[in-house]
Structure formats: C-alpha cells, structure tokens
Design a protein around this ligand. Structure first.
Ligand SMILES: Cc1cc2nc3c(=O)[nH]c(=O)nc-3n(C[C@H](O)[C@H](O)[C@H](O)COP(=O)(O)OP(=O)(O)OC[C@H]3O[C@@H](n4cnc5c(N)ncnc54)[C@H](O)[C@@H]3O)c2cc1C
Ligand code: SF4
Length: 458
C-alpha cells in the first residue's frame, strides 16, 4: 500500500514544465522527467484506499490497477509495476503524456492527489529504456480477419487487443502516417511523434498490418470477417458570421496538422502564424494547443476568445469530489502567452461576429446573445476556429450506409459497439469527440465484442 505515512511526509510533485524561454524555442517535450527516487517517493504517497476512486468509474476509464502499481513502484519493483500497468493500459506512453488524469481528480487525496500520470510515464519509459517492452506475438492464430478503419487511439487499441486474441488485423488509414489525432492534432510538444511511431513499429512486429493513404469503403466487408469503424469525430463547428472573401480562416485541426507536418519534414508549414496577429475562437484545450503553436511559429500576437464566463478557481457547489472539477486551469500555451505578452490571452464571454480582411469584430455575450454596443475591432490576419466538433465526417457514414445519430455519431441504439451484421464502431466516431483514454477504453471494449462475435462462429 505504498508507505503508510507517505502522503503525510512527501508533498505532491508533478513533472515540471521546461521554462517558457527555453521551450518556446522548440517543439520538444514540455515536461522534464524526474529521477527514479522522486517517482518512488511519489508512489509511496498512495494509501491503497478501501474505495480507490482513482480506478472507479469516476476515475480511470481503463480501470488501471493504480494502488497496486504504485505500491510496486514505491518498492522499486518497476518491472512488475509496469506489467501490472500494462494489464489494463495498452499505451501508457500516450496517456502518460496527454491524459488529463481523471484518476487524479478522483483521488481521495483530492487537490493533493497522487501523480499517477507522471508515475505511469516513468514506468513505461523505464520499460522501453531497459528493453522490458517486448513484442507480444500471439502463439496461435484464429484464422479470422478483422479490418480496423482509422489508426487513432481507438483503432490502435482495438487492433492491439484483437491481435493479441489471435485474429489477423489490418488497420486502414486515410492519412499518410498512423496515429489519428495522436499524430495530426495533438502537438509534438505534448506528444512527440517518434513516440507514436515507436508503438506502431512494435505493433507491426506483433503482426498488425497498417495500410496508409487509403480511404476505407464497404468493400472491406467482402474481404474481412468483421470491420471496426474508428474514424474519429473531427467535423468542426463552423462560425456562421459575415466573412470577407480575403480573410484567412483556418480550422484548428487543419492548422495543427500543418504545423506537425512542418515539424516532421523540416519544411515551412502550409499555413503559419509567423508575424501574424492571431485570434483563436475557443477557450478549450484545442484552442490552447493553437496558442502554444502560434507562439512557437513566431506570431505577432495571440488572443483566445471564449464564449463562456471564466470558471472559478475553486470547485463550484454542485460539482463535488470525485467528479471532474470545473475550475479555472491555465495550460501550457496560456502560460507561454502570459510569459511572452504579459497577460492571459483569454477573453471570456466574447465571440467573433464579423470577419474582415486583417481584422475581426468581436462582441460580448450575455448567455448566447450578443450585447449591443460591446463590439470591438481586433487586428487579425489569421483566425483559428477551435469551437468544438459536431460529429464524424459524413463520407465514412454514407460509404457504409450508416445513418448518424443526433450527436452526429455512430452510436448503436442498444449502446453496444455493433452497428449491424459484421460492422462495429468505437472511439470518438461512436461517442463524439472525447479523450484519448476514453477512446482507448472504447476501442478495447469494441475488440472484446468483436472477439465474442467471431468466437461464436468458430
Ligand atoms: C487538437 C486536439 C488536441 C487534443 N488533445 C488531447 C489531449 O491532450 N488529451 C486527450 O486525452 N485528448 C485530446 N484530444 C482528444 C483526442 O485526441 C481524441 O478524443 C482521440 O484522438 C479520439 O480517438 P479516435 O481513435 O476515436 O479518433 P481519431 O484520433 O480522430 O482518429 C481517427 C482516424 O481515422 C481516420 N479515418 C477517418 N475516416 C477514415 C476512412 N474512411 N478511411 C480511413 N481512415 C479514416 C482519420 O484519418 C484518423 O486518423 C485532442 C483533440 C484535438 C482535436
Ligand atoms: S484514490 Fe489516490 S490514494 Fe487512494 S488508492 Fe487511488 S491513487 Fe492511491
């Protein structure tokens, strides 16, 4: 159970960010990893609670065995801790970097919670460094063939588990590189792309086949025993306002994709914030990634507009522990903007109501209604729209003859993963835009349903 008095003796210590003046000069990892002693001391704080909310439905969607691997880590038994972690977590190197750590928000130590995410990252990177993460090739094959459409976290998790269960898995991906939003979406500083490529290489050795640059269609049903659609939910919410034809307006994921392509190729990005006054519409995580990327590209200024009022720094009544706290968070991009510009880039209760050439007109909001007389003009020669997503793209749905549900997703009416016949769905495509850890859990749940379905016919 860790150390009985650990949580009283040792304070919570997260992996710190690299200083702004250093990290703004590159696209390298944001955090500095801490040495083994620091991680073991952090793991010693775990109380092995009678009711470990960290691994409950309020906490980790993968139901990671958090107290068990924290105890092994505290005792310096990293290899066993990693084995215990990998029983439920398919790719700790992704979640250890990008997960908002629902488990920490649900931890009984509340604001002083365990640093589960950093501990997880330490375990998996120690495993890779020591050669403990070996290909796990199934001893026998079932002879069943499964196609997984999309190579984001849901597709990778489904492919990984189906392959381990002995099925022959082919992942079909439209993009030129695998990873979905792990590759083209989440910026390199949050998740370096060689980390994604390392996992894909391992999966290939384990027997998963990746077919890139390929649009999946219903012909897959002729060649495979089952098809799992994991195409994501990236249809962006557009701004329906008067827009000058010359205005430069780009959706956030397109902008972030271009930025990552440029980082990987060393060439100039097809759309850049360099020397531009940037306005980001959307105060969420995607907007924050745009702020951090624009600053690295050398923007002249960046402003982030948010429709909702600023949340309080404290938990609101009616949002009790262990639920996810809706509090004011200042993320890496916003911290970098404060460092560079001297003020938080976020402007609350405000949106854009007119897009001109070189400027936008903003207006304050009361609820969702514009307040007359509050219009202002902001310089803007790159407008980035990070206003959320309205479901999955129509192309895959119409190709497979699926009628999308009210949220624009492929959620089967009975709540399972089976759409009909041999066709399944998982991840954001099934649930709507969510989190990497939820997509992983959903991909694994779909894989188990497919396995059950295929086993019944064997
Ligand atoms: C900018 C951004 C930053 C984010 N940051 C975080 C974060 O820090 N932490 C976090 O937990 N979550 C984050 N998220 C959310 C998270 O990335 C998603 O919830 C997750 O990636 C969903 O996984 P998925 O596998 O369902 O879909 P995706 O990752 O969207 O992958 C879907 C894949 O399917 C492919 N595809 C679609 N249709 C077809 C077709 N017909 N044929 C072939 N291929 C097809 C697409 O090309 C894509 O590669 C972020 C999201 C965005 C947009
Ligand atoms: S809730 Fe926190 S202290 Fe309790 S077992 Fe989970 S991680 Fe450890």
């Amino acid at each position: 159970m860790g150390k009985a008095t650990g949580f009283m003796e040792t304070a919570r210590l997260e992996n710190p960010y690299r200083p702004e003046e250093v990290r703004l000069g590159d696209y390298g990892e944001l955090h500095i990893a801490q040495p083994a002693e620091a991680r073991r001391a952090q793991a010693s704080r775990c109380m092995n609670c009678g009711v470990p909310f960290c691994q409950s439905d309020f906490g980790c969607p993968l139901h990671n065995l958090i107290p068990e691997w924290n105890d092994l880590l505290y005792r310096g038994r990293e290899r066993e801790a990693l084995e215990r972690l990998m029983m439920t977590a398919p790719f700790p190197e992704f979640t250890g970097r990008v997960c908002p750590a629902l488990c920490e928000k649900a931890c009984n130590l509340e604001s002083d919670a365990l640093t589960n995410r950093d501990n997880e990252l330490y375990l998996i990177e120690t495993g890779f460094a020591n050669g403990w993460v070996r290909p796990r090739i199934p001893r026998t094959r079932t002879g069943r063939r499964v196609a997984v459409v999309g190579s984001g976290p849901a597709g990778l998790a489904a492919a990984d588990l189906l392959n381990r269960l002995g099925h022959s898995v082919t992942v079909v991906e439209r993009a030129d590189r695998p990873g979905g939003l792990l590759m083209y979406g989440i910026p390199n500083m949050k998740l370096p792309k060689d980390v994604v490529e390392r996992r894909v290489r391992l999966m290939e050795i384990e027997g998963v086949r990746f077919v890139l640059n390929t649009e999946a269609g219903p012909a897959l049903l002729d060649d495979f025993d089952a098809v799992v659609l994991c195409g994501g939910a990236k249809k962006p919410r557009a701004l329906k306002v008067e827009t000058a034809p010359e205005a430069r307006v780009t959706f956030a994921v397109d902008y972030l994709t271009a930025a990552t392509r440029a980082v990987l190729s060393g060439e100039a990005p097809s759309v850049t914030a360099r020397d531009r006054a940037v306005v980001v519409v959307g105060g969420g995580d995607t907007g924050n990634d745009c702020v951090g990327t624009a600053l690295r590209q050398g923007c002249r200024s960046v402003v982030q507009l948010e429709m909702m009022p600023a949340p309080s720094a404290e938990r609101a009544a009616g949002n009790p522990w262990p639920e996810w706290p809706r509090t004011l968070r200042t993320d890496y991009g916003q911290l970098e903007a404060i460092y560079r510009q001297g003020a938080d880039p976020r402007v609350y209760r405000t949106t854009v109501n007119k897009i001109m050439d070189g400027a936008v007109q903003t207006v304050q909001l009361q609820g969702f209604d514009p307040v007359p007389g509050t219009e202002q003009t902001l310089p803007c020669d790159l407008l980035l729209i990070a206003a959320g997503f309205v479901g999955c793209e129509d192309a895959t749905a119409s190709a497979f003859g699926i009628a999308l549900g009210p949220r624009g997703t492929m959620m089967p009416s009975d709540g399972t993963h089976r759409l009909h016949g041999r066709l399944f769905s998982a991840g954001d495509m099934r649930t709507g835009q969510s989190l990497v850890v939820r997509a992983l859990a959903d991909g694994r749940a779909a894989a188990l349903e497919v396995h059950q379905f295929l086993s019944a016919g064997m």
